[in-house]
Design a protein. Structure first.
Lengths: 340, 525
């Protein structure tokens, strides 16, 4: 792939920031691993060979009766009875961690939360669920939430900011006044009120946060468009007869993308932190979902079980630090003063 | 034998630029005598300014900057003085004025405070400052003492800069392109002032410029610099009469050739009637009272096919506003007609088909090309709108052809604007306008950001294209020499109004209006 010299220089600048580069690599590895969480931490086997057939219980629901059991419900692979049935006519392969985020370990010898053992490497939480499994799923859901929120809010922010900046005048004036009022609304209270009469799902939470988070980028994009619409090459494009939308997309937007891409990693870590704090307060994702915030809350409620708080704290701080380091490297890459 | 003020020997300045050694100045030697005006001429990038900066030691020697040789001032080597000794020389014995009066004064302090900073002897400072301001020709100096820089015009600011520079009666005044950023009439005043002050205070003047007509007028000795080397030096008379180096010859001959062919067509291609352009400068949300700045007032003009209309005027005369209004890039009142059709009232959508007939070329070739697109994309952009029927292959053939027409090579198509020099970029901008086969091209100061020799090339190219393609030009400039070379008719503008118009030669030979006379006198010194 051939990049324009400007892009090439930015990539080189990014690579020159070693801390950011390694953070990006580590973050990508961790995120890719957690994307396949079902194959790493699950209470179902990855693969079952039974009676000559090969099955993938992660994807399909196989009733217990199929293996010769008694219930029509899905086979409980943690049940020694089912395990015996399968082993008689084949074998099965469990993931590294034999617990999903909602699997309760009924074989605990001590009351939950139980301390780390070989079975539950980071211990269990107060409902007997494996902490490591919940962290893996929680990491994934928080990054996905952050990414989707960042992409959507950047898109809206760039679109609105671009329109305001490019057309200026009345659109800009009323737009700015609207934003001033809109940004004055207390988001947290709004969320608390809304979550008191509907149970916020992933998408509802996302859309409520989206209503307010797009303003983060709107200002800088508007300023860039205001500046760039008077550039001579923009005027020249207009003199050539290009339409406004095309001019915005082709000539003005690339200028605004610098500010957008620079801010994006910070918006991402901000969104993750917001989701975590909502979960911590209990106004976030529905109960039972694997979330880092809920883990922190459990750590606070069970000070006698430090493995809860420490694991949640470390996961969060590593995750956010990595993102901030990546963000700094991106900022360096787009820094025009680093031209030479 | 006059006393030597400055003796420069084997001065070399190298910069380390991305691990590449750039020889900015390469072994120059020259001397400046007492009371003499010494001038360094050369194109941009020839190392003139760097030479001047090193004489004040304004360049810091570090791992990326290497300075060698010697600069002797009164038998002291400036390059080997320490900071304290330097501060005894800077501003007291040698002082400097810069090109850009807009940025060389601090906008947050009054001029009194800024001049006061330069004065060593602090008795009666107010009186001294007033004397200085009178000396540099600022009227009502008493009242202007407490002015901030933004309250002064460009020429007045340059005068304040000169006042600061001569405050301590220096032996040498370095003037780095002191008039380049100013209008022609003010250029002349500033030059006369500098020359007068030099005689009065018996100081030497080191004048750095690219404008040979200035050199010819006031310099005693000239050094011609090319790519960091002084290729020729000697007395002004000798250099201008019998230049020996080919580069000097090229510089001296870089006056544009005159337009020789005439268009016989009587067909009026563009006409305006009562064109007004206003800018809102004060607007109130509650009041209906609005304040306007009238950039162009009731303008009527007619351009015949194949001719060039030169529009001349100082900055702020409304020339560029007129260009933008004719392209409907800004709003205007009044009517204008293209080929007899009224286009002033058309909506943008309806006007778009006309756009390919009227094109514009801007002043700054560094700002008018998008840095993120390849040359091919920049040039072919217009084709994608106006000639949608073309295939990708046709487009690339057409762009290649047009690039050769403006004197560049086809192989450059995949490059980006930053890889080109100013002149080449201006050629690309011309190619972008030409590819739509326009009838009328508006040239908004197309040469003023370029070096003299490049200016000549661009003007020659424009003339050649006009003859080949029977183009009509509206040529906007403050540089009368180039306007004279290109134009059939001339319109002189002042504060939004036309003060004089007529056939080009008639106006240049026999100007009627005082303002026009003044302009022409200042331009051809």
């Amino acid at each position: 792939m051939k990049f324009s010299p400007l892009t090439q220089r930015r990539i080189n600048n990014f690579k020159a920031n070693k801390r950011g580069l390694y953070s990006a690599i580590i973050f990508t590895i961790i995120f890719t691993i957690t994307l396949f969480a079902e194959f790493i931490a699950n209470d179902k086997p990855i693969l079952v060979k039974y009676d000559g057939g090969i099955y993938f219980p992660v994807f399909e629901r196989i009733p217990e009766t199929y293996f010769g059991g008694e219930f029509e419900t899905e086979a409980d692979y943690k049940d020694p009875f089912v395990q015996n049935l399968i082993n008689n006519k084949g074998f099965y392969l469990m993931p590294i961690i034999e617990y999903s985020f909602d699997t309760i370990n009924y074989d605990l010898k001590v009351p939950s939360p139980s301390a780390p053992t070989l079975e539950n490497i980071l211990g269990t939480d107060d409902q007997g669920r494996d902490v490591l499994a919940r962290l893996i799923y929680g990491f994934r859901i928080s990054v996905l939430f952050g990414l989707i929120l960042t992409l959507l809010s950047s898109f809206i922010g760039v679109a609105i900011g671009g329109l305001q900046g490019f057309y200026g005048g009345r659109i800009d004036l009323y737009g700015q006044r609207f934003i001033e009022i809109w940004s004055g609304l207390p988001v947290l209270f709004l969320l608390i009120i809304i979550s008191s009469f509907i149970e916020p799902s992933f998408w509802i939470l996302l859309s409520i946060m989206l209503l307010f988070s797009w303003m983060a980028l709107e200002g800088v994009v508007r300023a860039e468009f205001l500046r760039a619409r008077n550039f001579e090459y923009v005027k020249a494009a207009k003199a050539l007869g290009l339409g406004n939308i095309k001019i915005m997309y082709k000539h003005v937007l690339p200028n605004a993308m610098v500010a957008t891409l620079t801010l994006m990693p910070f918006i991402l870590s901000g969104s993750i932190a917001t989701l975590t704090s909502l979960d911590f307060l209990g106004f976030g994702l529905p109960p039972g979902s694997p979330s880092l915030g809920e883990m922190v809350a459990q750590g606070k409620a069970n000070l006698q079980a430090p493995w809860l708080g420490i694991s949640a704290f470390l996961t969060l701080s590593i995750q956010l630090s990595l993102l901030v380091f990546v963000g700094e490297a991106v900022r360096d890459a787009f820094d025009p003063r680093k031209v030479f | 034998m006059k006393k030597k003020i400055i003796d420069v020997k084997d001065l070399s300045i190298n910069f380390n630029f991305n691990n590449q050694l750039v020889k900015a100045v390469n072994g120059s030697s020259f001397t400046i005598n007492e009371g003499e005006c010494f001038s360094i001429v050369g194109e941009s990038g020839s190392g003139k300014s760097v030479t001047a900066m090193s004489m004040m030691r304004l360049l810091k020697e570090n791992s990326n900057t290497h300075i060698a040789g010697q600069i002797k001032y009164n038998n002291k080597d400036i390059l080997r003085l320490n900071e304290k000794e330097l501060s005894d020389i800077r501003g007291k014995k040698i002082s400097m004025i810069f090109q850009e009066p807009m940025t060389s004064l601090n906008p947050l302090h009054t001029i009194k405070k800024q001049i006061k900073e330069c004065i060593i002897d602090l008795d009666n400072t107010d009186k001294k400052i007033i004397n200085l301001l009178n000396e540099v020709g600022i009227e009502d100096a008493n009242e202007r003492l407490n002015f901030y820089p933004h309250q002064l015009s460009g020429g007045q600011r340059q005068r304040v800069m000169i006042a600061m520079a001569i405050a301590n009666k220096p032996d040498l005044l370095i003037a780095d392109e002191p008039t380049t950023a100013l209008d022609v009439t003010i250029q002349k005043q500033i030059l006369d002032l500098l020359n007068g002050l030099r005689r009065k205070f018996k100081m030497s003047l080191l004048l750095i410029t690219h404008d040979l007509s200035i050199v010819k007028k006031i310099a005693d000795k000239v050094a011609v610099m090319e790519k960091g080397k002084i290729v020729e030096q000697g007395s002004t008379n000798k250099i201008f009469k019998s230049p020996s180096h080919p580069y000097t010859l090229k510089l001296i001959n870089s006056k544009p050739t005159l337009k020789k062919f005439k268009s016989k067509s009587n067909h009026v291609i563009l006409k305006t009637e009562n064109l007004n352009i206003k800018y809102k400068i004060k607007d109130s949300f509650f009041n209906k009272r609005k304040v306007f700045f009238h950039a162009v007032k009731k303008l009527n003009l007619e351009i015949k096919e194949g001719q060039t209309l030169g529009i001349v005027g100082e900055s702020g005369s409304g020339k560029s506003s007129l260009a933008l209004a004719l392209l409907k890039l800004i709003n205007s009142d009044g009517q204008f007609f293209y080929n007899g059709l009224e286009i002033s009232k058309l909506k943008e959508r309806d006007f778009r088909p006309f756009r390919k007939n009227i094109q514009i070329i801007f002043q700054d070739p560094f700002a008018s090309l998008s840095p993120r697109l390849t040359i091919e994309k920049i040039i072919s952009e217009g084709l994608e709108i106006h000639r949608k029927e073309l295939s990708a292959k046709d487009i690339s053939v057409l762009t290649g052809d047009i690039l050769e027409k403006v004197g560049l090579d086809k192989t450059m198509l995949s490059r980006y604007p930053h890889e080109f020099s100013g002149g080449q970029r201006q050629r690309i901008a011309i190619a972008r306008a030409l590819i739509l086969e326009p009838k009328l091209i508006i040239l908004d100061e197309p040469t003023s950001a370029l070096d003299m020799t490049v200016q000549k090339q661009i003007v020659d190219l424009l003339l050649k294209l006009q003859q080949e393609l029977s183009l009509t030009y509206v040529f906007i400039s403050h540089d009368l020499k180039i306007v004279r070379a290109l134009s059939d008719e001339i319109m002189v503008m002042k504060s939004g109004e036309v003060v004089e118009r007529g056939a080009a030669e008639k106006i240049f030979l026999n100007p009627k209006n005082n303002y026009t006379k003044n302009l022409i006198n200042s331009a051809f010194i």
